[in-house]
Ligand binder design. Structure first.
Ligand SMILES: Nc1ncnc2c1ncn2[C@@H]1O[C@H](COP(=O)(O)OP(=O)(O)OP(=O)(O)O)[C@@H](O)[C@H]1O
Ligand SMILES: [Mg+2]
Length: 448
């Protein structure tokens, strides 16, 4: 026998210990696609709710460079208000999104008036004579302050702001690195801060510290991935540009050295023109294929567009001594796609098919209405096919097995299909050719 339980329990049993509810709510908030700020807000709420740990107020500092800066303050408010929030938090049917929304509202009300004041709390973390609250992160130690006015290690400006006699400083530390600090107090009820409160608060601080740490780690990873992709692209583009530029340079030099031989001049100029065309193609593909815009797909009659592609001189030249067999019913439905993108997508696929089709062989183009809603355009060749590794990588930018390939064609087609609400499917096996299927949304033709 097996029993299944929800990964994230929606409601708690009334006699679940509050510590468990509290930690569970924090843990569950990390499951949500909340921002760092929202998740920290959940922790501040847990620290300050009446029947939670029950501190009256919480102030969050975050580490920015070598500074500890005040970022958020939940409070001051009445015990009734705190109680109301906790009741809401644990009442059935209330999701965490609503709780965060509520707290965001609450904090934005207090922050509006407090923001200018909060901004003035920015402490250096390198100061050997730091006072509290900074001292707690310098020592990486939870510090409970009592009779604050008599304590010389407390920053008086800070004390004037929070106006309490007793407060608790919780450093947020992860992997021995300081992430920030939370200062909690009972400025409204003046209740003493006991050992149990400190234990629970330290758990919240641990979670907050680790959460900030993983969030910053994630940001770093994303940044590194972006930089790596940028580096890869720069290397690829310079590699692509180098050959034509070197050729243009070399043949221009020959022209300058030997301007009197008309035949040679003509040959060199033709090569230079061809290389410039190649450069233009690279620039076009880079600027056009990578920056594909989402255009509203419109119903199009695709048969004339396809015929136009087959009549293009560059396609005709490439298809010399090869056969392109096409079959498209005259009453095919309209398809949803931007016409220019359709032409470019099909041209790319035909280009790929022509690249691998030996002279004397055939390429098939078929358009088959699947049902009233979908139409498939199929392009099939009898080339060498694509192996498993190639099939895995063929949609990645700059993946190409061709000497002059940019590796952007299939990626472009995939994006066109996605922006048109359709999809692309490639069926290919080494030795069995390649069949590309484009699934377009179809629309019945009008009566005319
Ligand atoms: N019909 C096909 N038959 C065999 N291999 C193919 C076929 N279509 C694509 N491929 C493989 O997938 C790779 C990526 O194709 P893609 O069209 O994206 O780039 P490319 O043709 O190399 O360069 P370009 O950016 O100029 O189109 C090709 O280099 C080739 O290895
Ligand atoms: Mg291609």
């Amino acid at each position: 026998m097996i029993e299944g339980y929800k990964l994230q329990p929606a409601n708690f049993n009334p006699d679940t210990p509050k510590e468990f509810v509290l930690l569970s709510i924090i843990a569950q908030s990390f499951f949500q696609p909340f921002s760092l700020e929202d998740n920290l807000l959940v922790i501040l709420t847990a620290l300050t709710s009446g029947t939670g740990i029950g501190f009256n107020r919480a102030m969050l500092f975050l580490k920015e460079g070598e500074k500890l800066k005040a970022a958020m303050w939940l409070g001051p408010r009445s015990p009734e208000e705190a109680e109301a929030i906790w009741t809401m938090l644990s009442s059935p049917g209330i999701g965490y999104a609503e709780v965060v929304e509520h707290n965001r509202e609450l904090i934005s009300q207090t922050m509006e008036s407090l923001q200018p004041k909060l901004k003035t709390f920015s402490y250096s973390l390198e100061d050997d004579n730091s006072l509290l609250p900074t001292l707690a992160v310098r020592r990486k130690e939870i510090i409970l302050v009592k009779e604050a006015r008599q304590e010389t290690l407390v920053d008086l400006k800070f004390l004037d702001f929070i106006q309490v006699d007793s407060f608790l400083c919780l450093p947020l530390v992860a992997h021995n690195e300081v992430m920030g600090e939370i200062v909690v107090d009972n400025g409204i009820t003046h209740a003493p801060i006991n050992t149990k409160d400190i234990e629970l608060a330290s758990l919240c601080a641990l979670l907050a510290g680790n959460y900030i740490y993983t969030t910053s780690l994630y940001k770093k990873v994303v940044e590194m991935e972006k930089m790596a992709a940028l580096g890869e692209m720069a290397a690829f583009v310079s590699h692509q540009l180098r050959n034509p530029i070197v050729a243009i340079g070399g043949f221009t030099q020959q022209l300058l050295n030997n301007p009197c031989n008309p035949e040679r001049c003509q040959r060199n100029l033709n090569i230079i023109q061809e290389e410039i065309r190649h450069l233009e193609e690279i620039i076009y593909k880079l600027s056009h294929f990578l920056k594909i815009k989402i255009k509203e797909p419109i119903p199009i009659d695709f048969k004339p567009l396809l015929m136009r592609i087959l009549e293009r001189p560059d396609i005709k030249a490439k298809a010399e001594r090869k056969t392109i067999s096409w079959r498209i019913a005259d009453d095919s439905p309209l398809i949803l796609c931007d016409p220019l993108y359709f032409e470019e997508a099909v041209t790319n696929l035909l280009d790929n098919a022509l690249d691998v089709t030996p002279p004397g062989d055939k390429i098939y183009i078929r358009a088959c209405p699947k049902n009233k809603k979908w139409l498939t355009v199929i392009i099939k060749d009898s080339g060498p096919g694509i192996d498993e590794k190639g099939r895995e990588k063929m949609f990645s930018p700059f993946y190409s097995t061709k000497e002059n390939g940019m590796g952007l064609g299939l990626l472009f087609v995939k994006r066109v299909m996605e922006t048109s609400g359709g999809k692309i499917e490639v069926q290919s096996k080494p030795g069995h050719g390649t069949m590309v299927k484009l699934y377009f949304k179809a629309q019945e033709r009008g009566p005319q």
